[in-house]
Write a protein that binds this ligand. Sequence first.
Ligand code: F6R
Length: 635
Amino acid sequence: MEKTSIESPIEIFEHSLEASKKIASRIAQLIIAKKEVGQMAVLGLATGSSPIEVYNELVRMHREEALSFQNVITFNLDEYFPMAPDREQSYHRFMNEYLFDHVDILPENIHIPDGTLTSVESVNKYCQAYEEKIDEVGGIDLQILGIGRTGHIGFNEPGSTLESITRLVTLDNKTRVDATKDFFGKHNVPKNAVTMGISTILKSKQVVLMAWGEGKAEIVERAINGHMSSQVPATFLQNHMNVTYYFDMPAASELAQVKTPWLLDSITWDALMVRKAVVWLCEILGKPILTLTNEDYNENGLSELLTKRDSAYKINIEVFNQLQHTITGWPGGKPNADDSQRPERNTPFPKRTLIFSPHPDDDVISMGGTLLRLVEQGHEVHVAYQVSGNIAVFDEYAYNYLDFMCDYNQMIDVKNEKLIALRDEVRDYMQSDQSGNKAPDALRELKGQLRKNEAKAACRYCGVDEKNLHFMNLPFYETGEVKKKPLGEEDIQLTMELLQEQQPHQVFLAGDLSDPHGTHRVCLEAIFEAMRRLKNEAWTDNCKVWMYRGAWQEWDIADIEMAVPISPEELMKKRQAIFRHQSQKDGVAFPGSDAREFWQRAEDRNRHTARQYDKLGMAQYEAMEAFVEWDFKNE
Ligand code: F6R
């Protein structure tokens, strides 16, 4: 569903998948139109997590709709330097795995900057030739772009000028931190890259920039509304005659069009919009809700709302009550209590609650306090771990367990040749130059097992019955590599089976989209699709679905529909539950853009939510976990 289409060039979608399909269809139309007139379509391509769903869709169109790439020439934006094309992190390999290996493009029509050149002169010559090749084929017809947190497009980092062409560049520190997700540690991330320049990009006839997830919200706002400057290279696109921006709602959330639309135009004042406006007004004035005056509304662009509702007093009371009613210490509903103003129903009691946790620790990180309450209040709590999380365990950590098992066997006189052989194999692998080598399957399985046992330990600590744990090992994740497969039918079927079997009264799922590898996004899509297909089943009439966030980002206050207070003691218990995930402590393999450990992030975010409620004039709590309902019946 397309949510909003503000006069081109910005298109905002509820989900990235719909937006990606639209971009893919634009590319397909261009290829077909060019074919009809006997011409080549020249595409500028990007890598990274943003275009993956676009490529998946193009591959699908090739397979199912006979979309041919025979008349396509491609130029990729960039490549790390130095970088061998067969390395796991190489953009050559990325493009082959996600697109080129699956379509009928002619190999001679593919161009990706070379990361293997040795001298500065050869690089310079190569870059000049890259520019010339683009010109020779008549320039790029359509260039697709992601955006980095530094505002880079391609690898044009802050400082890149409008005139820049294809060249060797130094990567920004932030970019290298973000790239740790693919390189297992920042020290492995190359310091340089070869990238098309800003002027190369701007010469393209059409440009499409896409951004998904809350993590991009801030830079998206600066790219669209900021002054044009080399400090945010994406701002240079503001001058392009044919650029379209595609965002999902979370990535667009800082844009004035979404955040404060009342300042731009006359709008429809539904309850959510009124809440957003009031929370915003409180924030900019530093006042609690019930102290806002008519002047406050009038002087800050909210006179239209004031006229519609008559008085500040009425608006204040309306919003204050709404927010007040989101707070509940009974996340499974309070038995025998009036539930007309509570987020959850009082019956049935106890409830069967199914918590989906994408990785084995998302449950306790993002909703550990709520989970503890649900158990304590007598509900039948199930946890479904969607993926094994095996790539997030360091080799050395897993090896120590193997080594321990071997030594312990020896100590108690148990002969286990297989275990010893395995340990030796893993040690040899770790000592080898691992480029191009896939880790032994046994190592990956051991890592998955370690994470499974950590999840079991955390659940034991929280009082969840072990027989209520479901380790789904969704197949899309099990590639043995950082790169994952697209969501498949099998992933959806497994999710549907579990839901059908449990017929839960309550479902909790991860609604955050900013995890570095996009795993949460795929896990979310699996549940969305499963629930869509099951929504006519009778049990779903009695089922509510709640989305949590936490490890990466929190919900906006105005969006929150259930806020569960956490006492200081509960917060310490939650911390202890997170500590059960020992392989993820003291430095995780994939920290994303936040250097803090998960328990620290979770506590800070939970405390921050409570502080925001407090500032708005609600009761003061130590911390709060927040949820938004997904109305799957009326989507
Ligand atoms: C990739 C590229 C980069 C990425 C940007 C966003 O070829 O040039 O500009 O588009 O870093 O990366 P993701 O999509 O991984 O967030």
